[in-house]
Design a protein. Structure first.
Length: 321
């Protein structure tokens, strides 16, 4: 004979099953909102770009797309949340790269399924607006003479910004110390306040402060100057020959998500990134749209992983969390 408690549990389980069946009966993506994870705090390059695309993706799908920030561990927390989600097309995550880490990090192609290329983005090396050193050459000379004084902030250990900073150390013959933050906004604040002398960051949290004269932008990391910062030289123009680096993003989801849903998301995200509505967001962040299939995104990630892992090994990076 069933007890009251057991009858209650069975009834609750039946109701849950009916709820799941009702959701499954609705065509994707009408059953529930889509969650899009971001591994860094609000206000940084990753967050601003993702929110702009998510808003338009929701409009095209006729479903809410909720951006959820899960900062920490250089993005690993957000990647883990996406990797553990149901493979039903209702979860996305922005993967930041290139990155290397000793922290267990879900990988695209193994723990996550690639959805789409996203963008390539320039990084910038900045110092306080009132700094006495006016050029990158002056900064690097000072860093060589007194290495203990010089450090640079980034949005996390093993991040693309960390790797770009170590590439600068390698090519310029400096030994500046890396200072990891949970996001770019706080690093900019500490540069302005004089807590750290430099930071290697994405353009989004920097641009307004640069226009206001609160930070000095010494160089951009890509091959070409930025439209939003036309007077700032590239690293190569500023004297660091052979320096080319960018941070990039791809969109991923849970492994096992149906191919047709991935294809739909790929097509829509590619269309949104290339649309005139995104031009101002891309301009402000120094971004260039990327396009291609889910397979193209996976191949690119694997190629970049090999390239930057070699740098990490040669530079003997300290990747402790």
């Amino acid at each position: 004979m069933l007890t009251t408690t057991r009858r209650t549990l069975i009834a609750a389980a039946c109701l849950l099953n009916l709820s799941v069946m009702a959701q499954d009966a609705k065509p994707w993506p009408q059953a529930k909102p889509i969650t899009w994870f971001v591994g860094f705090p609000p206000g940084g390059s990753t967050d601003v770009l993702t929110r702009a695309v998510a808003r338009r993706l929701g409009e095209k799908l006729g479903q809410t797309v909720v951006v959820e920030n899960r900062p920490g561990a250089s993005g690993a927390i957000a990647l883990q949340a996406a990797a553990k989600a149901m493979p039903d097309g209702y979860t996305l995550v922005t993967v930041d790269g290139p990155s290397v880490s000793n922290v267990p990090m879900p990988e695209v192609g193994k723990d996550l399924a690639a959805v789409s290329p996203f963008v390539h983005q320039a990084m910038v090396l900045i110092g306080p607006g009132n700094a006495g050193l006016k050029t990158l050459d002056e900064v690097l000379n000072a860093a060589r003479k007194d290495p203990k004084v010089w450090s640079y902030g980034t949005s996390g250990t093993g991040s693309s910004q960390h790797l770009a900073g170590e590439l600068l150390n390698t090519l310029a013959g400096t030994t500046m110390t890396h200072v990891p933050y949970k996001g770019g906004a706080q690093a900019v604040t500490d540069v302005i306040g004089g807590q750290i002398p430099l930071a290697m960051l994405g353009v989004t949290p920097v641009l307004a402060h640069a226009k206001a004269g609160k930070v000095r932008v010494y160089a951009v990391t890509t091959e070409h100057r930025l439209e939003s910062l036309p007077d700032v030289p590239t690293m190569a123009e500023a004297g660091v020959k052979g320096f080319v680096a960018s941070q990039w993003y791809v969109v991923a989801t849970s492994v096992g998500t149906p191919d047709d849903r991935i294809a739909t998301l790929n097509n829509l995200i590619t269309e949104i990134i290339a649309s005139p509505e995104l031009k101002s967001v891309l301009f402000a962040s120094g971004s260039v749209p990327s396009k291609g299939s889910a397979k193209d995104a996976l191949n690119f990630v694997n190629q970049e992983k090999r390239r930057w892992k070699e740098l990490a090994q040669k530079s003997k990076l300290n990747l402790a969390p």
